[in-house]
Ligand binder design. Sequence first.
Ligand code: NAP
Length: 352
Amino acid sequence: MKYRVCVLGATGLVGQRFVSLLARHPWFELEILTASKKYVGMKYGEVVNWVVDNSMPEDVGEIEISSVDPEVIAREKPDIAFSALPSDVAVEVEVELLKRGINVVSNASPMRMEPDVPLLNPEVNADHLELVKQQVRRGWRGILAKVPNCSTAILTLALKPIADEFGIKRVIVSTMQSVSGAGFRGVPSVAILDNVIPYIKGEENKVERETLKILGSVEEGKIRYADIGVTASCHRVMVLDGHLEAVFVETSKKTAVEEVKEVLREFRGNKIRGMNLPTAPSEPVVVKEEPDRPQPRLDRMAGRGMSVVVGRVREDKVLGGVKFVVLGHNTVRGAAGTAVLIAELITREGLI
Ligand code: NAP
């Protein structure tokens, strides 16, 4: 038997990725798709402006768009709702679904930093899932797990093996983020063509705070934030998909470049290793030796978009540690792909 799933915001860029990943998923059956009010009752294939893959999965186009009204969704009793809603809409809809017993895995930013809400990047912190036990106190009958901000998901996957092996004191990160990170109607072409925009609202704050929660630990049911100094500068560049990040790390122990490459290559994610989750990449961190890689166009689909690709690993003599470049697919590893991986973890753990 497959779990019945719903995608909220299915016509957007993250929503389309969900549809693409879930249409042939071995454990999940895609049954409900929502969009804004004006499309309710119309067929998905008629209203979606499909842009994420070469073609839309067969049959999905025939699904009728449902209302995002939690009452209406709850009547259909999906096991999991994947949320790709804008933040302002997500706040209310997600909580109302949780109260009605629907489990929610969400990409929207509200509640990511709540102490009883796990902010999961499964290879990094699957053990934080135990926080959901505390959510009954809110009167929720479903469980809520959040996907990190896209740049943060990519960054923490590369930092985790280094933190475990050498310890990290400080991180400086400068991002070059693709236009798809801003959503379907996000950045006007006249603003981004031939340009770099050195500002993404709220992004630096999310990277700096979420990294500490994800790399932190859960002790006696409470999140203990990682004791790392993180400072970020975020920029929008004229790339379609894939966020590239230049990262400078001060390590606690002395490191050698070759050792760092080895721990990155060998990293599999402690808890989910051996669980055989369908969306888990075989190599979460791919390390490139070529001096001009990773590049968004060439490397963003590594591990079907679920691996991050690290390159240019060098000694950082100023900070005392290493510097490197990391690339990840923002709508797959940074959004829908990680959400599906979280849902696989939750079902494997028997929480649904
Ligand atoms: P998007 O392309 O703008 O898509 C938004 C979706 O929400 C569309 O399906 C839209 O439907 C629907 N929607 C908008 N207003 C609605 C309303 N009032 N009621 C019901 N549905 C409504 O955005 P996105 O890039 O996919 O991002 C979705 C969420 O994921 C956001 O919270 C974003 O911050 C987060 N996120 C995005 C990325 C990324 O790389 N893009 C990465 C991580 C997290 P219509 O088509 O009918 O307007």
